[in-house]
Design a protein around this ligand. Structure first.
Ligand code: HEC
Length: 458
């Protein structure tokens, strides 16, 4: 890793950075002119022969900066989750080859769903033209251009975030104790006295350098005491939890990963929250490249007293995997696979049709790939999410550009693959684990294969 910027001091809000596109004076501290950026400028190949870089008409200010500003600064900003900033010509120029290779490989910006499944809202993936532009510029003379002739910001339609009226904060700040990964659940009171519907979701990470992802779960009034008991059983704010809230019911309300923005639920829909509920905020802290500092994060909701259509989060997995432990992943198997396909309208009486608006997949550390789709009664398949290369660190839900309709007779299907070979074992407390047989569970070394969908039913 090159150009590690010393982040952590500034409280820059790293959401919604799409709005400061093209503004070079956004007041962010940069490490301009750092001579130790560890890169060479490509003019000497080390054999003594001089390589003359190709020239290109492309330049940083007109062609590259608009792409970087719109697609990278959500994280590569001072105080953001990425370990270095991409704010200036010097910063981008110094690692241009690494940028080009990551962009070409599709590893940056991080987005797990593959391209051939369906269209999503807020898909950060670069278009082929944008990838080619970066590659051509980086492989040629990578000119700076003129800041007075900056290219147009990419976002033609500026994003208007929803107004989130209910902001709830962790009761007290927490400094991660476990390193480098600390998964902690915080129990927060739901503040409303009457029945409400949530229609929008967002988070504000307190300390963006260490907050790697957050998932909000619901503990309804019947589960509230159980959540408080888990909290009380451990010293300090919150309790250790991995992958789920510890209540084991997959009741997601929303998830966030760096770069994510505040979002609305589909028009006219909302999910019911009863008075006396608790919100369980699971935060994954990562301190591999950052100092543990106190965090006081917030989760935010837009609420309404009524909605046209009540929506709910449908967790989807084979009940046998959970109840009878049939999801066996053998020690040493480099491609263990489990699949589940079932018609959800058979479970709830009186449902004739499900509309699926968004979804997310959830596995743990051995996950390799996963896919979820609708298996039509006539044999056709409609892809919902296809994750060719699972990465536990970048799981976040995706909103479909067009909702999917599931009719009775269709099956909601999912398939997960795991690599339980020696080479793919997680490093726990600094030591690589040895493979063991794995089943469904909440622990770091257990696994899951869960889909979570936001749906309305008719
Ligand atoms: C959602 C947050 C996020 C966004 C958006 C993002 N990055 Fe990153 N990037 C990271 C993080 C975190 C790391 C360091 C850890 C890693 O490599 O995954 C990183 C690492 C990198 C690296 C070093 C990778 C290596 O091989 O060492 C490059 C180069 C990079 N990013 C370029 C970009 C570019 C260019 C964009 C925009 C087109 C971008 N990133 C968008 C979070 C992000």
């Amino acid at each position: 890793m090159v150009g590690l910027a010393a982040c952590g001091e500034s409280e820059v809000d790293n959401k919604g950075t799409a709005s400061n596109n093209g503004d070079p004076n956004n007041g962010v501290a940069t490490n301009n002119g750092n001579p130790n950026n560890g890169s060479n400028n490509g003019s000497n190949n080390g054999t003594g022969a001089t390589v003359v870089a190709r020239t290109s008409a492309l330049n940083y200010y007109s062609d590259i900066k608009p792409i970087i500003d719109a697609k990278c600064l959500g994280c590569h900003i001072s105080g953001g989750i990425a370990p270095f900033t991409l704010n200036t010509y010097e910063e981008v120029y110094s690692i241009r080859a690494l940028i080009a290779s990551n962009v070409k490989a599709g590893t940056m910006p991080p987005f797990l769903p593959g391209p051939d499944c369906r269209d999503y809202q807020f898909d950060p993936t670069l278009t082929p033209t944008q990838k080619d532009t970066i590659e051509e510029w980086a492989n040629a003379d990578a000119k700076e251009g003129d800041s007075a002739k900056a290219g147009q910001p990419l976002n033609a339609e500026p994003y208007t975030p929803p107004i989130l009226d209910t902001v709830i904060e962790m009761k007290e700040s927490y400094t991660p104790l476990l390193s480098p990964d600390d998964y902690r659940c915080f129990v927060i009171d739901w503040p409303h006295d009457g029945e409400k519907f949530i229609t929008g979701f967002g988070v504000t990470p307190g300390s963006p350098t260490i907050v790697h992802h957050m998932i909000a779960f619901l503990a309804g009034p019947d589960k509230a005491q159980q959540a408080l008991d888990l909290d009380a059983a451990e010293a300090g704010p919150g309790y250790t939890c991995f992958g789920d809230s510890g209540l084991g019911d997959g009741a997601w309300l929303g998830s966030w990963a760096p770069g994510g923005v505040d979002s609305s639920f589909p028009e006219g829909t909302g999910s019911k929250i009863l008075p006396g509920s608790k919100i369980i905020l699971q935060i994954h802290y990562n301190t591999l490249e950052a100092t543990p500092i106190p965090d006081l994060s917030q989760v935010k909701f837009r609420t309404a007293d009524s909605v046209e259509k009540e929506g709910f989060f449908l967790p989807w997995a084979n009940p046998g995997w959970i109840g009878s432990q049939t999801m066996k992943i053998q020690a040493g198997n480099a491609d263990a696979k489990h699949k589940f396909s079932f018609d959800p309208t058979l479970i709830s009486q009186g449902i004739s049709k499900l509309t699926i608006y968004s979804g997310g997949m959830h596995m743990h550390l051995l996950g390799k790939s996963s896919k979820t789709w609708i298996q039509r009664a006539n044999g056709d398949q409609e892809c919902l999410i296809d994750i060719p290369k699972w990465d536990f660190n970048w799981q976040a839900g995706v909103a479909f550009s067009e909702p999917a309709i599931l009719n009775p007779g269709d099956e909601l299907s999912l398939e997960c693959h795991w690599d339980n070979s020696m080479e793919n074992q997680p490093v726990i407390d600094g030591k690589r684990a040895t493979p063991k047989d794995v089943v469904w569970g909440e622990g770091t070394r257990d696994e899951m294969c869960l889909g979570v969908f936001f749906v309305t039913a008719e």
